[in-house]
Design a protein around this ligand. Structure first.
Ligand code: NAG
Ligand code: NAG
Ligand code: NAG
Length: 219
């Protein structure tokens, strides 16, 4: 039987939305990829997650906006995670320049996609950084209830320059507590937002730049 689709909380309440940027249109300044808006000085919000290897460099803070998907085997079960789908926006400058680390701009630029290749393998396809598959290595409860956990994700291999991705400052995305009222096999989609802090190997970034300048194929 074809699984029915149950759409829950597809639109985040406006009250949860981040405040609009105070930056005026037309004042946008392009900066160097290797130190976007002074990202080297930006610190993660405090958490119990292990910090990235000091050798790796923060190269992007992406705003992810999409849905966490869960499935219900039957009404007596609890919803099980089957992945997520999100659009990624370049929010590096917004976070670097914001007074609050939680602030993200509505005008952030589209920069890629986040999705799952199977139930446990997240992938990040990011323009300029390649297509990186990652695995979850740590999680930490979000500081405020009602938001999905913060995560440390490590690259599954070294086919791209990306080495770690942290999911931080999450909003929403939490599964319903039970499957009561859900059809067997249904997919429950819950809207969420998160910041994905992307760390890369400077050596691998330099190798990418060399390859690009030679016109060689990049992942
Ligand atoms: C994000 O945007 C800033 C500002 O335009 C830019 O300098 C930076 O290269 C972008 N990041 C990536 C990974 O493209
Ligand atoms: C970062 O960018 C600056 C300005 O273009 C450049 O001088 C510097 O060599 C770059 N550093 C690295 C590690 O690529
Ligand atoms: C998850 O939900 C998205 C819509 O947000 C949908 O496009 C995607 O196919 C769903 N994935 C699964 C595995 O159900």
């Amino acid at each position: 039987m074809h699984p029915s689709l149950v759409v829950a909380a597809l639109v985040l309440p406006l009250a949860l939305a981040a405040p609009a940027s105070s930056r005026l249109p037309g004042t946008f300044v392009r900066r160097q990829l290797n130190d976007t808006c002074g990202l080297s000085a930006v610190q993660q919000p405090p958490s119990t997650l292990t910090p990235p290897d000091a050798h790796n460099q923060l190269v992007l803070i992406a705003l992810g906006r999409g849905t966490q998907n869960y499935t219900c085997a039957d009404e007596a079960s609890v919803p099980a995670s089957i992945g997520a789908v999100a659009n990624l926006f370049n929010a590096s400058c917004d976070v670097a320049e914001a007074t609050s680390l939680g602030a993200v701009s509505e005008d952030a630029n589209a920069i890629g996609q986040h999705f799952f290749v199977d139930a446990t393998t997240p992938e990040f396809d990011i323009i300029g950084l390649g297509n990186a598959q990652v695995k979850k290595v740590e999680n930490a409860a979000a500081p405020q209830a009602g938001n999905i956990p913060w995560l440390k994700l490590d690259a599954k291999d070294q086919s791209t320059a990306v080495r770690n991705v942290y999911r931080l400052n999450t909003k929403g995305g939490v599964a319903p507590t039970t499957c009561a009222g859900q059809a067997p096999g249904s997919v429950v989609q819950v809207a969420y937002e998160a910041q994905y802090w992307v760390y890369a190997s400077p050596d691998a970034m330099a190798a990418r730049r060399r390859k690009r300048s030679l016109g060689l194929p990049l992942n």
